[in-house]
Design a protein around this ligand. Sequence first.
Ligand code: ADP
Length: 462
Amino acid sequence: MKIVMCASEVVPFAKTGGLADVVGALPFELREQNQEVIIVLPKYKGIDEKRFKIERLKDDIFCSTLGKNIKVYFIENNVYFNRDGLYGDKLGDYKDNLDRFSYYCRRTLELLKEINFKADIIHVHDWQASLIPVYLKALYSDDLFYKNTKTILTIHNIGYQGLFPKEEFPKLGLPWNLFNIEGIEFYDKINILKGGMIFSDIINTVSSTYSKEIQTKEFGFGLEGVLNFRRDSVFGILNGLDYSIWNPAEDKFIAKNYSLEAIQDKAKCKEDLQRYCKLPESKDVPLFGIVSRLAEQKGFDILSEAIDEICRMGVELVILGTGDLKYHLIMEEMVKKYPKVISLHLKFDDTLAHKIYAGSDVFVMPSRYEPCGLGQLISFKYGTLPLVFKTGGLADTVNDDNGFIFDDYSKDALIKTFKKAVTFFKKEKKWAGLVAQALNLDFSWKESARKYIELYAKALSK
Ligand code: ADP
């Protein structure tokens, strides 16, 4: 099959979250399984042309190659993409995000014709690429080039929908009759993700549980009705993990490489992390790690309420991440109060992230909702037991045999689960058993990519 992968962020070129990891890894495994894949993304200012050997193909199009001949095309537009941020800056989202990503979508469809890539499947991700299926059906329905092309939309987080004022609609170049309840109108606003959900041939999310959750009022963010309407075309495939990046046996960022056979060496990583974070270097104190956006979605509301009590449990806590100012401030207060317990790093830092996954005993991820979650999958691989709320992809991967899971989203349940982890930590044999279970799990992309190929085949048969 000929597949085009369209997303606003892709590892190793541009990343703000899990989406980039997914779109950076899936093509490799699809390629391994004999599919032809290309990737198209905006050419942001931060993408290092030299490092990735990016060359100008023509006018505004640049090209580079990943792995076994996966061509990556970059769309240049100095007005829209030559900026420091992907989606916004300190002041919030860029005001012209509708212009920026609608341009990306339209240019992508033109580009495929220019390079004569007759795709079987265009696989679009999240709202930023969601106009592609809309344009295909609305503007290219008579175009023979796209006659046999099918689209799949993967929703990585339905909380981000690309909402814009109605007044911006003319910029999209779409007929006004699409601005209605069966189209991309949503409470008198433009909802780009909704457009993708209506016009794509198949809708997919990143775990089976999440694909069902988003069809309910509680998790659907207002789009549950649309999903219900299309429920025969809604699927869930768990993300894989790129073990060439996340593997304690080969990780260059950690103090000592280790695997199940030499699990005692994980202690060196803990020591290193404690030293790096200026925390007391004790192996007997359970070390809890967090690598996350500091957002309510990630459980920072209940974590903020519980943190004072957690800090008095005889633990250490390393937090890496950025997010809502409110949570920055709460955590900074806690550091002042418990400097020997919490180490706080309000930044994006890949090296430290690796050190935390390797050096912690428990990885904390009490997300209120979690489409798939990569953190828990990474922590399994590093023999670090995840502590999670039972939702979405966390519910599909974590259980009492490989981590700590609670099913009542509250401060009290979170505290109780921390206490349980602390108690377990003292039972060395039991702990070693859980760690061994976690280390034996396999969430490589192989199986997920196989399922995606099945889904592509399903789309083609529509
Ligand atoms: P999200 O909803 O943010 O995409 P995921 O768990 O799916 O959450 O993926 C988050 C990814 O981003 C993980 O690979 C995690 O390690 C990484 N990450 C998040 N915050 C940071 C940070 N501050 N520094 C380094 N890596 C981070």
